[in-house]
Write a new protein. Structure first.
Length: 359
């Protein structure tokens, strides 16, 4: 059942909830006050590394005459695209680096290397998803209108096609994000002219993205355009799969709770924090794996503090886990493999009527 009252569900007093909020506010304040040159250097190094890897990968693809070289270049390009999408595009668009006041690394100016407009995504994600996390009817990321991920969602006949829909979503995840952002943006615009303007912006970005990946860059390879085209298609596919896996592991595993809209009535700061903790899940990751996934292995901490720089989430997680232990709060985490398995079990079990994930 969707949770309607977080404090009651967690058996916490009003004083406990206020104390938890104060401690989490202190964690935020400590991180914000310590941000400085090292953090700025981190994001600039990441941008430089990503762009160098992207260029290097494309040169290998264009110049290599062996199958091994092509795969090396394509894998490197897929990794560069993943970093751009998750550690850069996702996190910069969250405002994690706005404190630097650098117009080139700012949430309002950064445009990611994906089909959708980052500006449209910021509304559907930063506002609808993060403010109303896992609230039924409010958070449109619950199943992305394709998957049934909680028993509180009514079963419909199309859910029988969940295995196919799930694979299609994973393979085309950037397009799912793009269309998701467009629909959310159109829904909040009151006039036909406004909706038409958003559609023009969307199709303009799609046109530029498709032209770059599948026309311009292959054309620059001249007679080897087929190799470049195939590499771009493959790299985008691999990036989509990797992003899907990271996102699904942070939101769908057993224990990631959903909430009734009544939870928003009079919701306090502390209750909002608790909702973020109950609705997200982490997975254990090495520093390299964490970097490769935009540090979204710390999804709980990201939902608590979505605009804190990603490179700080590992240290934040230590204090959040201590807080959870102090107040006997759940901290949903596990290995990467187990969280992925649990997410897929939930998705496929709920594809049938009255299905419920095994515990």
């Amino acid at each position: 059942m969707a949770i309607a009252d977080v404090s009651t569900y967690m058996h916490l007093s009003t004083q406990d909830v206020e104390a938890i909020a104060d401690e989490l506010d202190t964690i935020r304040r400590d991180v914000e006050e310590s941000l400085g040159a090292k953090d700025a250097a981190y994001i600039r190094r990441t941008i430089l590394f990503q762009r160098a890897l992207d260029v290097g990968a494309r040169l290998v693809i264009a110049r290599s005459r062996s199958r091994t070289g092509w795969w090396l270049g394509t894998a490197s390009l897929a990794y560069a695209k993943s970093i751009e999408n998750m550690e850069l595009g996702h996190n910069i668009s969250h405002g994690q680096w706005d404190w630097m006041n650098d117009p080139e690394i700012h949430s309002t100016s950064w445009e990611w290397d994906m089909a959708g407009l980052s500006a449209q995504w910021r509304y559907s994600h930063n506002y609808r998803h993060h403010i109303f996390s896992n609230v039924l009817g409010m958070d449109e990321d619950i199943g992305y209108r394709l998957l049934r991920v909680t028993p509180d969602q009514p079963w419909r006949r199309p859910h029988l096609f969940t295995p196919l829909r799930n694979l299609l979503l994973a393979a085309t995840f950037e397009w799912g994000i793009a269309l998701h952002g467009l629909r959310s943006e159109r829904d909040r615009v009151d006039t036909p002219a406004g909706r038409a303007a958003e559609e023009r912006r969307f199709f303009g970005k799609v046109s530029r993205q498709l032209s770059k990946d599948y026309v311009l860059l292959p054309a620059l390879s001249l007679r080897r355009w087929r190799r470049t085209l195939a590499a771009n298609v493959t790299a985008n596919l691999l990036r989509n799969l990797w992003v899907y896996v990271n996102i699904i592991c942070g939101h769908i595993p057993d224990g990631a709770e959903t909430f009734d809209p009544a939870v928003l009535d009079g919701e306090t700061r502390g209750e909002w924090y608790l909702r973020q903790m109950l609705g997200a899940a982490n997975f254990t990751a090495s520093p390299l794996l964490a970097f490769s996934g935009g540090h979204l292995c710390y999804q709980i901490e990201h939902h608590l503090f979505p605009d804190l720089p990603s490179n700080r989430l590992a240290q934040v997680s230590v204090r959040v886990r201590e807080l959870c232990a102090k107040y006997d709060l759940p901290y949903n985490t596990g290995s990467f493999a187990s969280q992925f398995f649990r997410s897929q079990r939930t998705i496929h079990t709920l594809a049938v009527p009255d299905g419920a994930p095994a515990k």
